[in-house]
Design a protein around this ligand. Structure first.
Ligand SMILES: Nc1ncnc2c1ncn2[C@@H]1O[C@H](COP(=O)(O)OP(=O)(O)OP(=O)(O)O)[C@@H](O)[C@H]1O
Ligand SMILES: [Mg+2]
Length: 504
């Protein structure tokens, strides 16, 4: 008997059917990949299984038991743990307080047993090889640490079935490898996983079986060993898709951005300059400093020394306003915390940056906004009903597409994109690369920070690898390859020999 059997599951939101009788079967001790484009219904099905949302129809059997009206508490008790697509932590609480939320230990006096919770958290982090201080306040953690904390929280429940909804969007390759090691070990001990991801290499490295949904319908399932990334992609998108080369060499303009001795929290002595129309890819491991540096260029984190010059004028440190006035815009890396304006509509969420950034303060022009909204909706294949719907009604990937449109739609001259394609499906990714290249051709200057090296290979004129807060290597477009970038990002500068370390 299977561990989980979901049959004929149906769900509508305000009359719109998003799950049209889907099925999913998970065996004991397997990693099951749940696949589908943005908006296919993956997260919704998991929300139904774990009692976050009620279902309109269908049956669920888990561990030999029929589940009628599932609640969140009941699903946890039955042994189902859920790592949500968006981070679900309380930023003002400490790490260990988040880990034990609603499951606090108390001592004989009835008081919270903080010592025991701290110790248990520390022990779990050590066992899993995760570097997090149990006493740190969550808001001080990096995005990747927050994501690891969410995963640790689920592993701590010792569940029979662990749902991982895009758990690796802000983890680097090293962290992903490490996580997969842990998951494989748990699998051997009999734990099952439902793994949702848009990254094919991860799916093929980890999963045993897969199920594909398209537009709320079940398309098929099978063994990973009996299929290929191309085949499952075609099942997902319903037609052959193009993975064509988009890169084109272009003539670049004059220097528009220059950093000298730029220093701040997590990055030191950064010197580089970028030309008009250039696309620069930045990458590095957790804490390598690339994301921190970009945030400081935009003024959202502190810089302590050095200069940023844009179009020949010095940009004052620590002021987003000054950065925007200098023509710099930024798509930040944590969608839920930094991008979502939850009480606003799709169109308002898309148009906001343009309104705040425009050099000329145009009155809000609803007609023009709607036209642009419609254009981007079609280009990026955004799955949404009405432009007036709340942003929170969209699937994770479709929200991200709105924010990409938000920034592509500004008249800023320098665009900083931090982890732009997190959670974006294969089809839309290709479209986004194409748009980025179009913008560069039109003279925009673009800095992309990403952990996905193939992404850099697709669009960047050059790649800068960060290690330990410094720029360790610059590679021209022709020189960029996954293996070298990986070596540089772990500090090995003598690539072929692998002898010399960058440690100074
Ligand atoms: N609370 C809600 N209100 C209205 N519509 C919703 C709500 N939640 C989800 N939807 C819609 O249901 C559909 C399926 O969304 P779901 O989040 O399950 O997609 P997904 O497969 O997880 O996609 P992604 O890969 O982008 O995360 C989408 O069209 C989405 O807009
Ligand atoms: Mg989802």
């Amino acid at each position: 008997m299977s561990l989980l059997e979901m049959r004929d599951i149906r769900k509508s939101f305000s009359g719109v059917s998003v799950l049209k009788g889907v099925q999913l079967t998970v065996e004991s001790g397997e990693v099951h990949a749940l696949l589908g484009e943005n908006g296919a219904g993956k997260s919704t099905l998991m929300n139904i299984l774990t009692g976050v949302l009620p279902r309109d129809g269908g049956t669920i059997e888990f561990d030999g038991q029929k589940l009628e009206h599932v609640t969140i508490t009941q699903s946890e008790k039955l042994g189902i743990a859920f790592v949500h697509q968006e981070l679900n932590l309380f930023n003002d609480l400490k790490v260990f307080e988040n880990m034990f939320l609603n499951r606090e230990y108390t001592n004989r006096m009835g008081r919270l047993d903080k010592k025991r919770m701290r110790a248990e958290a520390r022990e779990l982090f050590e066992r899993l090889g995760v570097e997090i201080d149990p006493d740190a306040v969550v808001s001080d953690l990096k995005t990747s640490q927050k994501q690891l904390l969410e995963i640790c929280k689920a592993l701590h429940l010792k569940a029979k079935l662990i749902i991982l909804d895009e758990p690796t969007t802000s983890l680097n390759n090293e962290e992903v490898d490490h996580l997969f090691g842990i998951l494989r070990k748990l699998k051997e001990e009999g734990t099952s996983f439902i793994f949702i991801s848009h990254k094919m290499p991860e799916i093929f490295a980890l999963a045993d079986r897969y199920t594909v949904f398209r537009n709320g319908e079940y398309i098929g399932d099978g063994k990973i060993s009996e299929t290929t990334p191309e085949k499952v992609t075609i099942m997902m998108v319903g037609e052959s898709y193009s993975n064509a080369e988009v890169y084109e060499k272009r003539a670049l303009g004059e220097e528009v951005l220059k950093l000298t001795g730029f220093t701040g929290d997590g990055f030191h002595d950064i010197d580089f300059s970028v030309k008009k129309g250039e696309i620069v890819g930045l990458t590095g491991l957790q804490g390598s400093g690339s994301s921190e540096m970009l945030q400081a260029i935009f003024g959202s984190t502190r810089a302590t020394a050095g200069t940023v010059t844009a179009f020949g004028k010095s940009v004052p440190h620590n002021s987003i306003h000054s950065a925007m006035k200098a023509g710099i815009a930024m798509l930040p890396n944590n969608r839920k915390e930094n991008s979502v304006l939850p009480d606003m509509s799709l169109m308002e969420n898309m148009a906001i940056s343009e309104q705040t950034l425009s050099a000329v303060k145009l009155p809000v022009d609803a007609k023009r906004d709607k036209k642009r909204y419609d254009e981007y909706k079609q280009m990026l294949n955004i799955k949404a009903q009405n432009s007036t719907d709340l942003i929170t009604s969209l699937s994770g990937g479709n929200q991200q597409k709105i924010f990409i449109a938000r920034w592509l739609n500004t008249d800023a001259e320098i665009l900083i994109l931090d982890n732009p394609t997190q959670g974006i499906d294969v089809g839309a990714k290709a479209e986004i690369y194409r748009l980025i290249l179009e913008l560069a051709k039109a003279g925009k200057t673009i800095l992309i920070n990403t952990l996905e090296i193939p992404e850099i290979m697709k669009v960047a004129d050059r790649c800068i690898v960060f290690y330990d807060g410094r720029m360790i290597k610059e590679l021209a477009h022709e020189e960029i390859n996954e293996q070298d970038v990986m070596l540089y990002s772990v500090g090995i500068t003598e690539k072929a020999a692998g002898k010399e370390s960058a440690q100074s």
